[in-house]
Design a protein around this ligand. Structure first.
Ligand SMILES: NC(=O)c1ccc[n+]([C@@H]2O[C@H](COP(=O)([O-])OP(=O)(O)OC[C@H]3O[C@@H](n4cnc5c(N)ncnc54)[C@H](O)[C@@H]3O)[C@@H](O)[C@H]2O)c1
Length: 325
């Protein structure tokens, strides 16, 4: 279906990948991004370079904390569905600057919900995170588990988003899907994430800092599978009424830190030099998604194996390494 999609955080890793896919299918994409300095602007500018050549892509360089700027976007465009991805991401930096995380992730989100309400826009798909599961002992993580025990400010803001979106669903008939992403990786991946950092270090023949003994594990999810899951969630909220769902988007196949390092080593073609360091505060031991609900509800079916995904990332990284210098 050809629609007008509004992507917040449209110059980011996931936002720009999603925008590319929607533009290819001849939809109209409105995006907002404030190009915050969480990581190099060069990378974000590169993410949207091709998109900006397309007349169906309109980018507002503005901040979601600025209510008037958000209002202007809703005044100027007839939006079918909002994909709210703008956020301060990252667990460790949220411990250093929790107030900023609160302002962007919570107040910014409220501005989006308020302007949707004012403009009678009913459909939203929003990024939550696997971080809300904290150190839940039972695996795989299911959406109906109790997630009241966040262990980082970042996770707490994502849980707060899930709760606030439910309020707008109940009071103002909004159709909402909250997507709990599980460590997303692939071409354009954020430079602060381990796969990106480790690739950079291995290509420079430097040591890899391994926090803990290498047995912690993550359910890594390839960017194309995430984009597919977000689009399917959009179709669901647009087609149905009275929707409020929390949905895991993961790969349901955790990879240990050691295996991750070795897989990158194979793709780069070297034997990694590992330096073991203590675990970091805020880090969880394991993430592992149960994706049964996503399969049933939206027909989500992740396809990319970790080995393939890492090889794609490493190939892409080699061609774009000047962005990370
Ligand atoms: N990448 C992952 O592994 C992962 C995992 C779980 C959840 N998420 C969530 O998915 C979403 C997208 O993540 P990403 O990896 O693409 O991160 P990203 O940092 O690449 O993208 C976020 C974008 O939002 C923009 N932004 C930040 N503050 C803003 C503000 N105040 N106003 C307007 N724009 C602002 C940034 O400039 C950036 O381009 C985030 O909500 C993140 O919390 C990501």
């Amino acid at each position: 279906m050809y629609c007008t999609y509004f992507i917040t955080g449209g110059a980011g890793f996931i936002g720009s990948s999603l925008a590319e896919s929607l533009i290819k299918e001849e939809n109209k994409v409105i995006a907002i991004d404030n190009f915050c300095d969480f990581y190099s602007l060069k990378i974000k500018e590169n993410n949207i370079k091709e998109l900006e050549k397309n007349k169906n892509f309109i980018l507002y360089r503005a901040d979601i904390r600025d209510r008037q700027a958000v209002k202007k976007i809703f005044d100027e465009n007839k939006i079918d569905v909002v994909m709210h991805l703008a956020a301060m991401a990252g667990v460790r930096p949220s411990i250093e600057n929790p107030v900023l995380y609160q302002e962007v992730n919570c107040m910014g989100t409220q501005n989006i919900l308020e302007e949707m309400k004012e403009h009678n826009v009913k459909n939203i798909v929003m990024a939550s995170s696997s971080s809300v599961y904290g150190n839940c002992k039972e695996v795989p993580f299911r959406e109906d588990m109790i997630v009241d025990y966040a262990i980082s400010p970042y996770a707490a803001t994502k849980k707060a988003n899930e709760v606030m979106a439910h309020v707008y669903h109940k009071l103002f008939d909004m159709n909402v899907i909250m997507l709990r992403f599980f460590t997303v990786y692939g071409p354009k991946q954020r430079p602060d994430l381990a796969i990106n950092k480790f690739t950079r270090l291995m290509l420079a023949d430097e040591e890899i800092p391994m926090f803990g003994d290498g047995t912690t594990s993550r359910d890594y999810t390839y960017i194309d599978d995430i984009v597919d899951g977000i689009k399917k969630s959009c179709y669901h909220v647009m087609k149905n009424k009275n929707v409020y769902e929390i949905v895991n988007l993961g790969n349901s196949s955790p990879i240990s830190l050691k295996e991750m390092i070795n897989t990158i080593g194979q793709a780069v073609g070297i034997k990694p030099k590992i330096k073991q360091l203590p675990m970091q505060p805020g880090d969880v031991e394991k993430t592992y998604a149960d994706v049964l609900k996503a399969k049933k509800l939206i027909g989500y079916e992740p396809k990319t194996t970790f080995k393939e995904g890492i090889q794609n990332f490493v190939n892409w990284y080699k061609e774009n390494k000047e962005l990370y210098s």
